[in-house]
Design a protein around this ligand. Structure first.
Ligand SMILES: [Zn+2]
Length: 82
């Protein structure tokens, strides 16, 4: 499955940079490489809440290719096996 879309024309994105220690997709186990769109589920803290939320992420719980995402976060086994 390949769901590459051009980003041109979209509104200015606010970019959040995160370093991941796992480099493979949690869905298909294939490497996640430069230029690919991915989905990350991050755990963190709301630092400020006004009209917008300032979010400080400190842990990535899940990461997969955007095209692999099926709406299910398979992290139950990670929690129960540790
Ligand atoms: Zn994948």
């Amino acid at each position: 499955m390949n769901t590459e879309n051009a980003v041109e024309g979209e509104e200015e994105l606010s970019i959040m940079y995160v370093s991941l220690s796992v480099v493979t997709c949690d869905k298909c186990d294939e490497p996640m490489e430069k230029g690919q769109k991915i989905l990350v589920i991050a755990e963190g803290l709301i630092m400020n809440s006004n009209e917008e939320l300032d979010f400080a992420g400190y842990s990535v719980r899940y990461a997969c290719h955007l095209g692999c995402w099926d709406g299910v976060e398979d992290i139950g086994y990670l929690i129960s096996s540790n």
